[in-house]
Structure formats: structure tokens, C-alpha cells
Write a protein that binds this ligand. Structure first.
Ligand code: HGY
Ligand code: MN
Ligand code: MN
Length: 415
């Protein structure tokens, strides 16, 4: 497939310019980025990155699901691989840095190491992971969980995006034919290093330039369907209604109140809500909403889910409605590798870069790799803590400091 790569060029070895270049693949009219898995913007971005990786001397290849790798062969024959990178997909109208900075930083760090020291002892691979967000299809970590061997094709059969477009058709059109799919499981990865924007305001508030992530929260995502009965808005008395909107709004205010009461670190978010038939003069027969719940302790997640779902069910029973709760994401909280974190702290100290340990409230590919091989996740600050928004921004000094620390840990692990 001849991919038409955008004309936009970036200044070589310039992280700010490369951020703008990569953002040009899926730029929205309000300067956000929408680059969903297997979309045309996603295909162009992956192929443009592939070209850049080849330009600086990396051997490139795609695996069966569209993870892009740039390989710098180690001099030690048969050495295992130090993998570094992040995800290339975004949320809808997201920012220019989420995922993208990690891919660019790994690319620039490896390029600088190769230009300065030549080939490493251990092989280093830069990875542009195909999907992490779960923004187009109801599944997350499609890239890293294929590498780990947790996901296979069976996980996506019958899956469609919100427009009903089948996952397998999108995958095939992007150049990754499900008929030739074999699980792209890797058994040669020794360590994984990811750098990412914090997406919160802790580092900025504490005037730190580097975050050493000790834990990543566990995450559960659900689709909740409330089935009532459509009826006439004018002739149906209030007590005779099975109003799905009024029931769903009770559930949402209950879960919000319960999350605030139960634990200061617990977060619960309803980001999407669809109403049927969604017209002003009809009592809604059906509501479907998303629910994203996170905490770094599994016990809290269990207790919260138990309480809210039993409450939804008894409320629905009393009102003659049905409620259907389907879970489509369940990622355990994880503690990252302390030996690698100690190395990051040492490097930041030596470079006099202010740093602190931090818990990540956002999910990351590092939490998938973390249960598979020694893994660390390094944060750089987000201005005003804003992310998943066109306003997402990190100043270039912090970007460069991040690349500096990333280069040094890769040097110590692979050279
Ligand atoms: O939603 C998240 O935590 C991440 O940005 N995917
Ligand atoms: Mn991310
Ligand atoms: Mn994200």
C-alpha cells in the first residue's frame, strides 16, 4: 500500500518540532489530536515514524497487530532486548503529548546514543505501540497485551467501534491481515522503559521535573445499560414511568457521592452517555453509559463495585427497569521495578534535576509490561495538570530533561 506521508517536516533532533510533526497526523481544528487505532491518520503516523527510524539507522518492522519497532542491534550475540517507547493512539480530540512524547523521546534518546557511542552491547528497540487508550474500540492495551501474549485475535472477533465498524475490517484495511495473524508474543524482552507526561498537576505543584512512578492504579471499565420503557412525555403520569434517564441519573449521582465518601484516591468517571430515543417529548426507554473506576488497591475497587452495582440492581428491581453491567477492562494495580527506579533517582540526582516518587492515576503500557518484565515509568510535568485535551502541554526544558534521563538509563542498561 503506497502511503502518502504528509509534507510537514520537523527540525532534526528537535523534540518540540517533532511533537508538532507527529501531531500533524490527526490534528483537529482546535489544535487537538484524534489518531484512533487503524484510522488513516494512525496508518500515516506509523509509516512516517518508520521512515524516520530507518533514516537514523534503525532496523524497522511491524508485528501482526501494528506495533512498530525500530531495532538497534546489540554487539553481544543473543542478548535480550531493552524495549523503550509508548503508544501512538490518542483519545478523541486529545493532546499532542500523551503517548506521542514517549515514542519521540525513545526515538531521540536511541538516536543520540547511537550517534555518540555506536551500537550498544544489548539490543535496544524503540516501540510505537499500536493502541493503549481504548478510544475507538471497547478494549485497551491491544498492542502491549499482544506482545505479552495476554490477548489474541479471539479477543476482538465481533468487536465494533461506536459506528458499528468491525475491528477486524479496520485491522485488515490498515495493512494487518487477521487471516495471517499469529500472536506476536515476545520472549526476548529483558526490560521495558517508558517515559510519559504525568497528566496530573503534582510535579508542577511541587516544582519537580521528573516523576519516578512507584505504582500505577488498577483500572476497571464498564458499559452500564439501563432498560426502561419509552412513553409519551405528556400523557404518562410520573408514577407510571420507567424512565431510563431518571434512573441512570440516580445511579450516576449515587456512584459519584460514594466515590468521594469511600476513599480519597478512588476515582469514578462517567465519560460517555447515550439516550434512546433521545428526543424531547419521549420518556427515555434506554440509557447506556460508560464507567471508569481506578484505585491503587484492589480491595477498594472490589468494595466500591460491589456497593454501587448492588444498589443499581435493587433500584432497578423496585422500579421495574432492567440494568445490564458489562465489564470490558480490568487491569490490576502494579508496583514498578524498584531497582530501576533507584537508578532513575540516582541519574536525576547526578544531573541535579528535581524529582519525586509518584503514583500514576493514569493507565499506561508500563503496567502491562510490569507484570511481564522489570519495568519503569518516568514522568515529565503537565502544565496545569491538563491532559486528554488540546490544552495538554509540557515545556521544552522538561521534555529535554526527560530525554536526558531516559538516554542515561538506556545507556546504563544497554551499553
Ligand atoms: O485513561 C488513561 O488512563 C490513559 O490515558 N489511557
Ligand atoms: Mn497515555
Ligand atoms: Mn491517555
Amino acid at each position: 500500500m503506497a502511503i502518502q506521508i504528509e509534507k510537514f517536516k520537523y527540525e532534526k533532533d528537535n523534540v518540540a518540532s517533532m511533537i508538532e510533526w507527529l501531531a500533524s497526523f490527526g490534528l483537529t481544528e482546535n489544535q487537538g489530536v484524534t489518531r484512533l487505532l487503524y484510522s488513516k491518520e494512525w496508518v500515516k503516523a506509523q509509516h512516517a515514524l518508520k521512515k524516520e527510524m530507518e533514516r537514523v539507522g534503525l532496523h524497522t518492522y511491524f508485528d501482526n497487530v501494528g506495533n512498530l519497532f525500530g531495532r538497534l542491534e546489540g554487539t553481544n550475540p543473543g542478548s535480550k532486548t531493552i524495549l523503550t517507547g509508548s503508544h501512538i493512539d490518542t483519545v478523541v480530540d486529545g493532546g499532542k503529548y500523551d503517548g506521542a512524547f514517549g515514542v519521540i523521546a525513545s526515538f531521540l534518546a536511541v538516536q543520540r546514543l547511537y550517534q555518540t557511542y555506536g551500537p550498544p552491547r544489548k539490543t535496544i528497540e524503540v516501540v510505537s505501540i499500536c493502541e493503549e487508550e481504548g478510544s475507538r474500540f471497547p478494549l485497551t492495551f491491544w498492542g502491549s497485551r499482544n506482545i505479552q501474549g495476554v490477548y489474541g485475535l479471539d479477543r476482538v472477533i465481533g468487536l465494533t467501534d461506536s459506528e458499528g465498524y468491525p475491528f477486524l475490517s479496520a485491522m485488515k484495511e490498515a495493512g494487518f491481515d487477521p487471516d495471517t495473524y499469529v500472536p506476536p508474543v515476545r520472549d526476548d524482552i529483558e526490560r521495558f522503559v517508558e517515559i510519559h507526561i504525568e497528566q496530573g498537576m503534582v510535579l508542577e505543584k511541587n516544582q519537580k521535573s521528573i516523576g519516578v512512578v512507584s505504582h500505577i492504579v488498577g483500572q476497571r471499565r464498564y458499559t452500564i445499560k439501563v432498560q426502561g420503557e419509552s412513553n409519551h412525555a405528556g400523557t404518562t403520569p410520573m408514577n407510571y414511568r420507567k424512565d431510563a434517564v431518571s434512573a441512570a441519573s440516580e445511579y450516576i449521582s449515587f456512584l459519584t457521592k460514594k466515590a468521594k465518601e469511600m476513599n480519597p484516591h478512588l476515582v469514578a468517571t462517567v465519560g460517555r452517555l447515550d439516550v434512546l430515543p433521545n428526543v424531547p417529548n419521549v420518556v427515555a426507554g434506554e440509557v447506556e453509559f460508560s464507567l471508569d473506576i481506578r484505585h491503587h488497591q484492589e480491595g477498594i475497587l472490589d468494595a466500591f463495585c460491589e456497593e454501587i452495582f448492588s444498589t443499581f440492581q435493587s433500584h432497578a428491581d423496585d422500579g421495574g427497569l432492567q440494568v445490564e453491567i458489562s465489564q470490558w477492562m480490568d487491569v490490576l494495580p502494579i508496583e514498578l521495578n524498584e531497582e530501576m527506579n533507584a537508578l532513575v533517582r540516582e541519574i536525576a540526582e547526578a544531573k541535579r534535576i528535581p524529582y519525586q516518587d509518584i503514583i500514576s492515576g493514569a493507565g499506561h503500557d508500563a503496567q502491562v509490561f510490569g507484570s511481564f518484565c522489570p519495568t519503569c515509568l518516568i514522568f515529565v510535568p503537565s502544565r496545569d495538570g491538563i491532559s486528554h485535551s488540546p490544552k495538554e502541554f509540557t515545556n521544552v526544558h522538561d521534555l529535554e530533561k526527560g530525554i536526558d534521563v531516559l538516554s542515561e538509563i538506556l545507556y546504563q542498561l544497554a551499553y
